[in-house]
Design a protein around this ligand. Sequence first.
Ligand code: UDP
Length: 311
Amino acid sequence: MKHLVTGGAGFIGSNIIEKILLSGDEVICLDNLSTGDLRNLKKWQNNTKLKFIKTDIENFVDLEVDKIWHLACPGSPSFYQKDPIKTTKTIFLGTLNVLELSKRYRAKLLVASSSEIYGNPKEHPQKEEYFGNVNPIGKRSCYEEGKRIAESLCTDYSNKYNLDIKLARIFNSYGKNMKSNDGRVIYNFILQALKNEPITIYGDGLQTRSFCFIDDLVDGLFSFMKTTFRKPINLGNNEEITILELAKLIKAKCLSQSKIIHLPKREDEPLKRRPDLVLSKKVLSWHPRVNIENGLEKTINYLKEIHVVKN
Ligand code: UDP
């Protein structure tokens, strides 16, 4: 079995590659290394079943594979907002390219969609049937609308060419192999806490998120890939927490002296987010197992090690 993972040097992609290689299958990793990092694949560098191609997913690369995992795109708001036109092109052209590959080789395709397709949701928790509340000209729209058009394009390809395509709506996730300066909240807070620097909350901190540990997410993605189900499925953790509670929890777990400070609220910020997981449980028999306390401990230990190795 041959797999293609786009964005395979990134956070979720590299964790998928690890699981594929452990199963003994072959995998090709495509990445432009804009936010991905080859250090995430370092321990596999001598494994002949892994091939790496440095390229931008906006370019079509003809590769005959059985399964495609399409993850290529920066996931952190601070990164994807740096060059929003590039983000929109990455999502649209990248998805078009993997769809063409899927069509050419009848490859099963899993596309990383996102909780961002729900925007600043008016329904809570978010079920897959909810259409969302997205500002088409907001700061986040390159990503939010990008992922929405990707879902639309996938659905049309799937219907027209009878392709087996999975749309995984991935909610906030965390764990090993994120970029240290990724800007997403859990890494920011842990690194600030470990350095006893101020923990920076944007706004009042009463906004909520629900955080899924990477091992759970990867299990969910593999379960989804095994099915013949062709509609979108939420994947995440449904344990909801305010950002202020998260800051306090991380501070306590790191035994940190950091102050918790408030910075201006981010523009176009979703105020709450929590996946409804009824469908994922029913179709995939999957449910996240790692709670926030345990997931944070693992991530804190991982980041401590990385920090020690770097120094
Ligand atoms: N956040 C924060 N401080 C930070 C980074 C993020 O208060 O240093 C907040 C952010 O405003 C949002 C939440 O944490 O409410 C999650 O942000 P992240 O960038 O991780 O992902 P998002 O869910 O917004 O896509």
